[in-house]
Design a binder for this molecule. Structure first.
Ligand code: CDP
Ligand code: MG
Length: 666
């Protein structure tokens, strides 16, 4: 697409009327006009206006996500309805909304806002709403026709997260219903930098595909000569090779797999950097991962001070969702942390695995957005050739209990035949239905309707088992405690164990340890934290991760709000935490294990041999029966977040289920 177009609307800065503010406004305006999408503006608007659904393809950084919603608003095609732009990741939704509000010269929450799990900044004034696809799904439960929206932009469509895939079907259905009667029509725009266009177009009723011309400068591609056994070490070596060879203003982007790995790499880089010759430029190392708080995420967009080199250590979030300017060198470890479903254990596991070729090419592309660049693949050309061409959609590799709960809450009863773009196996859909039935969420007569418990569960943005635990706690008189535990389980660990101070950390935690297990231990830490009003020195001395704790407290506030709305009694059980463990059993009884004579454990559900994770406070103990939150597979299969339980409780909550299982082994 390429045709001349009128300028984007020039906005006055409403906050910061000083000279600086005006400069910034002018700069942002110039930036908007310089984006590749700018020249295609009128033609693009013509097409989007004309088509019921459109597919927009354009290189990362061409301006799709930040500009198209603004163009639509400026062109006045929304007729009172809002423009939703969905993102698979909360970081992207937040950072893009912030960017667009600056470009428009408004505060966040005015014309532009974002809505992500546990944080909604929109107001009645909001016209452009960046949101996670999960949040739009929740809205669809209350309003299946999505009548507040005139345009729904499904962004990053290639990511194919579970939520995106379900959303495709839900939005498509809403569009169809709205076309069939007097409602205002709903327009759908599907966007991506890369995808199987025909497949998408077919699914969206043969929607036309609009290609945007992007900028792509030549990229020098380098492969490892031999396979690397330790990709982290290989990355560290590559970082310093590049650092010592190339000018300081050439920034680096390194793809790693997760928060812990990234934080430990930040430390390694700093350590190595101390031994560099003094004429070597300084380094500014910036992490980027989904759980990073918003003000820290913004750091990746800030240029390094002159003479210093910026190194961004990112998860696959920087593949397409977040565009970072200034990148000249990309280091691709070829690895990503992704969900994989173990039909055997019935559980989702996050595992480090190889990327697909499509992902590798996206990563490479990040080096050539502004100028020519280079991409260092830390694997051999042969290894690359053996990678799968495309990533398997998440819906085909995860536990579907939540998806099915959401579909049923949307009144979509025939989940086995829902219009999925790539349907998951009937077997995994059935196993999700079974799990919901066990949790008491499904009507026993027809298995197609939610019970009142199921309906209440669907209100919480949590996996169904945890929602069930919350509901149980309202009856057991310990909702306050359960809210704390569930919130603490929803963030990365609140226990901070720096790699060179593990012993000291363990010693500090000893006073919090409960013989009842990790859940009650977490509760004790939280109570102590509250007792000292979150004192910073206390956190430092006790190896409590203050940032993660604060995040957990925010989540708790949100969940508490949902409980108030649902009229659940906000009660506390005080010091006797037995009810807390009983509630955990009510939702997580499928995750229980029994001690064996040889000291190992066997799960009651699938008879799998497992062990207590070394990070658990019960690691040295051998309780006869335990319950766990998740299994992690490393050298062994470990239970993480473990709680001591009484086997009687298992029979109390699911008599039939345990009778079948225990009689099978005995
Ligand atoms: O969606 P697409 O990848 O096509 O591009 P975009 O997210 O709309 O970003 C367009 C440009 O805006 C990027 O190349 C960045 O230069 C800039 N941008 C930024 O500086 N800060 C952000 N938070 C987002 C975008
Ligand atoms: Mg984008």
């Amino acid at each position: 697409m390429n045709s001349q177009s009128p300028s984007p609307k020039r906005q006055k800065f409403s906050h910061g009327n000083n000279a600086n503010g005006m400069d910034q406004s002018e700069k942002l305006y110039q930036h908007r006009c310089s984006l590749p999408i700018y020249t295609a503006r009128s033609k693009l608007m013509r097409e989007l206006r004309k088509n019921t659904s459109s597919i927009v393809i354009g290189e990362t950084g061409s301006g799709k996500t930040t500009q198209i919603p603004q163009y639509l608003l400026e062109a006045g095609v929304c007729k009172g309805g809002m423009i939703a732009c969905t993102q698979p990741r909360r970081v992207a939704a937040i950072s893009i909304a912030n960017r667009v509000s600056s470009e428009m010269g408004v505060n966040i929450g005015e014309k532009v806002g974002y809505c992500v799990r546990f944080d909604d900044t929109t107001s009645p004034e909001t016209k452009i709403k960046y949101m996670t696809d999960g949040m739009l799904l929740r809205e669809a439960i209350l309003d299946p026709k999505l009548l507040r929206y005139s345009f729904i932009i499904l962004d990053e469509a290639h990511e194919r997260t579970v939520h995106t895939d379900v959303l495709f079907g839900v939005v498509k259905k809403a569009q169809k219903i709205r076309a069939g009667n007097d409602h205002k029509s709903l327009k759908i725009v599907v966007m991506s930098a890369t995808m199987d266009v025909d497949h998408f177009s077919q699914y969206f009723n043969n929607a036309p595909v609009l290609y945007l011309q992007g900028r792509q400068h030549p990229i020098k591609l380098l492969y490892s000569h031999e396979a690397q056994s330790d990709y982290l070490f290989a990355a560290l070596v590559a970082i310093f090779q590049i650092h010592q060879k190339y000018p300081a203003e050439e920034d680096m982007l390194v793809f790693l797999t997760g928060q812990e790995e990234i934080e430990s790499m930040v430390r390694s880089i700093k350590e190595v950097a101390m031994d560099l010759p003094s004429d070597c430029p300084e380094l500014v190392v910036t992490p980027m991962y989904a759980a990073l708080p918003p003000h820290q995420q913004l750091k990746v967009f800030q240029p390094a001070p002159s003479g210093k080199r910026k190194i961004i250590l990112s998860t696959n979030i920087a593949e397409t969702s977040v565009t970072v300017p200034g990148i000249k060198h990309v280091i691709d470890t070829g690895k990503v942390k992704a969900k994989s479903y173990q039909p055997g254990s019935g559980l989702d596991m996050l595992k480090v695995q190889w990327v697909s070729q499509a992902q590798a090419w996206q990563r490479t592309g990040r080096a050539g957005r502004e100028d020519s660049g280079s991409c260092w693949r830390l694997y051999t050309e042969n290894e690359f050739a053996r990678l799968p061409a495309n990533t398997v959609p998440e819906i085909q590799r995860c536990n579907l209990a939540n998806v099915v709960l959401q579909l049923l809450a949307l009144n979509i009863r025939d989940v086995l035949n829902f219009d999925f773009m790539d349907p998951p196996s009937k077997e995994s859909l059935r196993s999700a239905l079974d799990q919901l039935k066990l949790l008491g969420a499904l009507n026993k007569e027809n298995n197609k309707q939610l019970t009142s418990i199921g309906r209440q569960m669907s209100v919480f943005p949590l996996e169904p088992r945890l929602s069930r635990v919350i509901l149980a706690s309202a009856h057991h008189g310990c909702l306050e405690e359960i809210l704390t535990i569930v919130s603490l389980l929803s963030v990365e660990s609140i226990q901070h164990s720096p790699h060179n101070k593990r012993e000291a950390a363990f010693a500090a935690w000893r006073k919090f340890v409960s013989s009842e297990g990790d859940h009650v231990t977490l509760l004790t830490i939280y109570r102590a934290y509250r007792g000292v009003k979150g004192n910073k020195d206390w956190c430092f001395d006790n190896f409590v991760h203050q940032r993660n704790m604060r995040h957990a407290i925010e989540i708790r506030t949100q969940l508490r709000g949902l409980c108030v709305k649902a009229n659940l009694p906000l009660v506390s059980c005080g010091q006797d935490t037995t009810p807390v463990r009983k509630c955990l059993v009510q939702g997580l009884f499928m995750n229980s294990a029994e001690l064996q004579r040889d000291g190992s454990y066997i799960t009651l559900d699938r008879k799998q041999t497992v062990s207590i994770h070394p990070s658990s406070c019960l690691f040295q103990c051998k309780p006869a029966y335990v319950l766990y939150n998740e299994l992690v597979q490393t050298t062994k299969c470990y239970m993480r977040n473990v709680c001591v339980i009484d086997p009687e409780w298992l029979y109390d909550v699911a008599p039939e289920y345990f009778r079948q299982r225990v009689s099978r082994t005995r």
